[in-house]
Design a protein around this ligand. Structure first.
Ligand code: 1GP
Length: 237
């Protein structure tokens, strides 16, 4: 299955897609099998695996276990070039375009290039924009970049559209895992109006209503992490 074609097809039909984020730092490897069983019976389309750090589990062991139990597409959402594995179906090749830190704009990518060469994995170039979610998140701290204020949509859409012009295939608006506030609908709408490529929104989304709102505002894929961590069955219900 070509994941990007699948994302485009869902966008064309205006179908909401949900991605469940499994972070190797917040889940024990032995819980993966049961978690995936629940995700497969809920309305989840993709499993994202990754995070800004990887202290608790070895990334390779973690993703191998996810891929072993999952019939859903497994997509790496990498925090660095250390989070790459051929067990995944695809990788979001994230460039942190809202910041000016060369390590996350192009540096990790150079490290990743020799690992990805010859690996049978779909690579999807993604412009990653950090948006202010009301608290300091791990991604903000680790990347050392400032998030875009929620009331400055013109900054967000300029960066998003510039990323599309540079050839990015997806835009990801991110408030950071555990954000107090998710990306507001006005900002999503304004970015949506400027870009043609699919839009991912994540960070601090905790309810079904919020997921639907983000979709209505223009998100093609909504990412949920912590809320599923706290209550794995909330999407099933
Ligand atoms: C992080 O957007 C994701 O990149 C998920 O955030 O854990 O807050 O749902 P949450």
């Amino acid at each position: 299955m070509n994941i990007y074609q699948d994302i485009l097809e869902k966008k064309r039909k205006n179908e909401l897609a949900i991605a469940a984020l499994l972070d190797p730092d917040s889940k024990a490897i032995k819980e993966i099998k049961d978690t995936i069983k629940i995700l497969e019976s809920s309305k989840v389309d993709y499993i994202f695996v990754g995070g800004s750090t990887s202290w608790k589990n070895d990334f390779g062991d973690f993703i191998r276990e996810v891929a072993h139990h999952s019939s859903l597409p497994v997509i790496i959402f990498p925090g660095s070039a250390s989070q790459i594995s051929g067990y995944a179906d695809a990788i979001l090749f994230l460039s942190l375009v809202s910041g000016q830190n060369p390590q996350f704009l192009i540096g990790e990518h150079i490290r990743a290039a020799s690992i990805l060469k010859g690996m049978d994995i779909e690579v999807i170039p993604t412009g990653y924009l950090l948006i202010d979610g009301g608290n300091m998140t791990t991604v903000e701290f680790i990347s050392g970049t400032k998030p875009i204020p929620q009331n400055k949509p013109e900054i967000a859409w300029s960066i998003a559209y510039a990323s599309e012009l540079l050839g990015m295939k997806l835009i990801y608006l991110e408030c950071g895992s555990g954000a107090k506030r998710s990306v507001n609908n006005a900002l999503i709408k304004s970015v949506r109006n400027y870009i043609n490529i699919p839009l991912i929104v994540g960070g601090g989304i905790r309810s079904r209503e919020e997921i639907e709102e983000k979709h209505k505002a223009g998100a093609d894929i909504v990412v949920v992490g912590n809320a599923l961590e706290d209550d794995p069955e909330f999407l099933t219900r």
